[in-house]
Design a binder for this molecule. Structure first.
Ligand SMILES: CCCCCC/C=C/C(=O)SCCNC(=O)CCNC(=O)[C@H](O)C(C)(C)COP(=O)(O)OP(=O)(O)OC[C@H]1O[C@@H](n2cnc3c(N)ncnc32)[C@H](O)[C@@H]1OP(=O)(O)O
Length: 226
C-alpha cells in the first residue's frame, strides 16, 4: 500500500491534474498502519524494523515534496499515520462523523508523518501532547477548532458539498496554485525532511521495544478471539 500511494503521488505530480485528493471508501477514512505487517514480516524483527523505517521515510518524503495542492476528504474515523500526515496536506475537509485518533503510546510507538513538529505548531504543544502522547481521540469539530481540519460538513451533505467545491477549485489556474504552495511550504521543507528522518530512526527503535511487541501481540490476540 505504501508503495502504491508513493507511485500514485509520483504520477499525480506530473499529470495534468490541478489538485490531488485523498479520501476513504465506506464508513472509514483509514485505520492506519496495517498492524498485521508486524507479524507477517519475513526475516528477523531487526531487519523488518530497518526496512519499515526506510519505507516510512520515503513515504513521508513523498508528501513533503508533493508539488500540487493536496487535499484530504476525511469521510469517517481516521487513525494513526492517516492522521499525522494531515499536517502535510494543504486543506483538510471532514464529515462531522470523522474522528482523529493517534494511539501511539497505547501501541508502544511514537509519532511519525512530521507530526512531532507540525502538530505542536498547528494546535499548540498542550493539545498536541493530548493527541500524540495520551492518544486523545478528537471529534471533527475539535480537530477543526485546533487547526488540524479546515472545515467540517454535516455527514448528510458532505459528499455533495465537498466535491462541488473541489471541482470548482480544480478549475483554478494550476501553475498559480503550484507556485503559491511552493511559497507557503518552501521555508519548512528542509526542517520537515530532518524531522521525518529523526521520527523514522526513533520508530525503528520503538518497533523493537517490549512495549511495542506486547501491544501488537495484544491486538493480534484480540483479533484471533473474535
Ligand atoms: C512501513 C511501516 C510504516 C509504519 C508507519 C507507522 C504507523 C503507525 C500507525 O498508523 S499506528 C495506528 C495503527 N492502527 C490502529 O491502531 C487501528 C486499530 N484498529 C482500530 O482501532 C479499529 O479496528 C477501528 C477503529 C479502525 C475500527 O473499529 P471497528 O469498526 O470496531 O472494527 P474492528 O475493530 O472490528 O475492525 C474490523 C477489522 O479490521 C481489522 N483492523 C482494523 N484496523 C486494523 C489495522 N490497523 N491493522 C490490521 N487490521 C486492522 C480488525 O482487526 C478487524 O479484523 P477482523 O474482522 O477481526 O479480521
Amino acid at each position: 500500500m505504501y508503495q502504491e500511494i508513493m507511485l500514485a503521488l509520483k504520477n499525480a505530480s506530473t499529470d495534468n491534474s490541478a489538485i490531488t485528493v485523498f479520501t476513504g471508501t465506506g464508513d472509514y477514512y483509514c485505520s492506519g498502519n496495517d498492524l498485521t505487517n508486524f507479524t507477517s514480516a519475513t526475516g528477523g524483527m531487526e531487519e523488518a524494523a530497518e526496512k519499515g523505517a526506510v519505507v516510512l521515510r520515503e513515504f513521508v518524503n513523498s508528501f513533503i515534496d508533493f508539488p500540487k495542492p493536496l487535499v484530504a476528504v476525511v469521510n469517517g474515523p481516521a487513525v494513526g499515520i492517516s492522521v499525522t500526515l494531515l499536517g502535510l496536506f494543504d486543506a483538510v475537509y471532514a464529515s462531522d462523523k470523522a474522528t482523529f485518533h493517534t494511539p501511539f503510546s497505547h501501541l508502544g510507538q511514537s509519532p511519525e508523518g512530521c507530526s512531532s513538529y507540525l502538530f505542536p505548531k498547528i494546535m499548540g504543544p498542550a493539545k498536541a501532547t493530548e493527541m500524540l502522547l495520551f492518544g486523545k481521540k478528537l471529534t471533527a469539530r475539535e480537530a477543526c477548532a485546533q487547526g488540524l481540519v479546515t472545515e467540517v460538513f454535516p455527514d448528510s451533505t458532505f459528499e455533495k458539498e465537498i466535491w462541488t467545491r473541489l471541482k470548482a477549485y480544480a478549475k483554478l489556474p494550476p501553475n498559480s496554485m503550484r507556485i503559491s504552495k511552493q511559497l507557503i511550504r518552501k521555508n519548512e521543507k528542509e526542517k520537515l525532511h530532518a524531522v521525518n528522518a529523526e521520527e523514522c530512526t526513533t520508530l525503528k527503535e520503538r518497533w523493537l521495544s517490549e512495549e511495542c511487541i506486547n501491544a501488537i501481540m495484544s491486538f493480534m490476540s484480540r483479533k484471533s478471539k473474535l
